[in-house]
Write a protein of this length. Structure first.
Length: 128
């Protein structure tokens, strides 16, 4: 697969593919919205709109649930500043999207010692 860079200004939102999401999926999305509000503040309407545009919203919700579990497992047990919480989220999100650990070195520098190893362990072997 080849990657192609496209300027953000040229990106267009995809069409609504699902007029309605199930109540179960909507509840799960609401949990994501609430759980990530401090680091990814989006209205529930925006969350729902984005998932309605996904070809497979169920698998996307599962991806976000995995990311959220990792973020909460890391951030909830530590005394982190708001900036450090945001850095941890950005790292997990970036790694979850398939980027390398080197691409998040600036964010890693904001976190306590041992963060790199802990976050990589949470994300699993695919990110290392």
């Amino acid at each position: 697969m080849t990657r192609k860079s496209i300027p953000i200004s040229q990106l267009k939102r995809g069409p609504i593919r699902h007029e309605q999401l199930s109540m179960s999926l909507t509840a799960r999305i609401n949990y994501l919205c609430q759980s990530l509000d401090e680091v990814y503040p989006q209205s529930i309407e925006k969350w729902l709109d984005e998932f309605r545009r996904d070809a497979n919203p169920e698998s996307e919700v599962m991806w976000w649930e995995s990311l959220t579990r990792c973020y909460l497992a890391y951030a909830e047990e530590k005394d982190l500043s708001a900036g450090q919480k945001l850095a941890a989220f950005k790292i997990l999100f970036t790694l979850g999207m398939g980027s390398s650990i080197q691409s998040v070195s600036a964010e890693l520098a904001k976190l306590p010692d041992g963060a790199k190893e802990e976050l990589l362990a949470m994300m699993g072997p695919r990110t290392q």
